[in-house]
Design a protein. Sequence first.
Length: 125
Amino acid sequence: MNWKQGFLRIWIVASVCWVGFVGWLFYNATVVSQRLAAVQSACVADRRADPSLGNVFDCFEKGMRIDDLTTFGSILTKHLALAVGPMAGAVIIWFVVIWILAGFHSKRAEAGNHDITRRRRPSRP
């Protein structure tokens, strides 16, 4: 069983799922909110033109999100950091754990090698 290859495959699958999830969040933050804002602004325009349709504030039944007031660049930056940050952090943690475990392994191997080399030395007359 190759643990390194197995964990690499798990990391790849988890990363693809994570990026897909963050992509869906980005889609909701940009496209869906733009559609909602377009529907609300059309509703407001219609109700202002014809007051018999009702109150203008009834167009905002679903509420306004603060994300609608932010720029596209800030939303993109936030979602890129959200997509890449955890994946890079997982790789860094993985390498640190391997480094720590290799340190324990090499100390054991060195201690065992010294005992073996002492036994193999030819005795001097």
